[in-house]
Ligand binder design. Structure first.
Ligand SMILES: Cc1cc2nc3c(=O)[nH]c(=O)nc-3n(C[C@H](O)[C@H](O)[C@H](O)COP(=O)(O)O)c2cc1C
Length: 169
C-alpha cells in the first residue's frame, strides 16, 4: 500500500512554530508517512495530499495573517481534506482552562474556511532579545512572559496520535 501523503505547513515570526512543525513532521515520517514540510507562503498545489497539518503562533489572540490567508485562499482546495491545526503561544505558560480556551478560539476562527478534524495548543517561546521594537512594546504592554514554555513531549504525543489517524484514513 502507498504511504499517505501529508503536508505540514506553518507560519512563524521567530522560528518556534517552524521548530514544532519540524518535530511533528519527523514523527509522521517515523510513522511511515510521506511528508512535505513547507511554510504557508510557499505552498503550491495541495491536490495530492491526503492530510494537511497547519500551524501558527498566536499573536494578540490571533493566528498570523499568512496562516489565515492560507486557509482563506485554499478554502476550495481544502474541502474534503483531513485537516489538523495547531497553535503555540506563551499564554500556555500556565495550563488553565482560560488560556487553553483563548488559544483554541484563535483556531476556531478558521472554521469559517476549513473543517478541522484535530486541534492542539502548545506552549511557545518568547525571547525578548530577538523581538522587533514594535513586538517588544506590545509584549511588554500585554505582560507576556519571557521564556521557553515548549512541551516537546505533548507535541510528540499529539503527532503520534494524528499519525495513527492519518494512516487509518
Ligand atoms: C507582540 C507579541 C504578542 C503575543 N501575543 C500572544 C498571545 O496573544 N497569546 C499567546 O499565547 N502568546 C503570544 N505571544 C507569544 C508567541 O505566540 C510565542 O512566542 C510563539 O511561540 C512565537 O512563535 P514564532 O516564533 O513561531 O513566531 C506574543 C508574542 C509577541 C512578541
Amino acid at each position: 500500500m502507498c504511504a499517505k501523503k501529508v503536508l505540514v505547513t506553518y507560519a512563524t515570526k521567530y522560528g518556534t512554530t517552524e521548530e514544532i512543525a519540524g518535530q511533528i513532521a519527523q514523527i509522521l515520517v517515523d510513522s511511515g508517512l510521506d511528508i512535505d514540510l513547507i511554510p504557508v507562503m510557499e505552498v503550491g498545489k495541495v491536490d495530492d495530499y491526503d492530510a494537511i497539518i497547519i500551524g501558527s503562533p498566536v499573536y494578540m489572540g490571533k493566528i498570523l495573517v499568512e496562516a489565515r490567508e492560507f486557509c482563506k485562499q485554499y478554502k476550495p482546495y481544502l474541502e474534503g481534506k483531513w485537516i489538523a491545526f495547531f497553535v503555540d503561544g506563551v499564554s500556555l505558560c500556565k495550563k488553565d482552562e482560560k488560556s487553553l480556551k483563548s488559544m483554541f478560539s484563535a483556531i476556531d476562527d478558521m472554521l469559517l474556511y476549513i473543517l478541522i478534524e484535530e486541534k492542539a495548543a502548545f506552549g511557545g517561546k518568547l525571547n525578548f532579545g530577538v523581538l522587533s521594537e514594535s513586538d517588544m512594546q506590545i509584549a511588554t504592554m500585554a505582560g507576556a512572559p519571557e521564556g521557553d514554555f515548549s512541551t516537546p513531549e505533548e507535541v510528540r504525543a499529539w503527532a503520534t496520535d494524528i499519525a495513527q489517524k492519518i494512516t487509518e484514513l
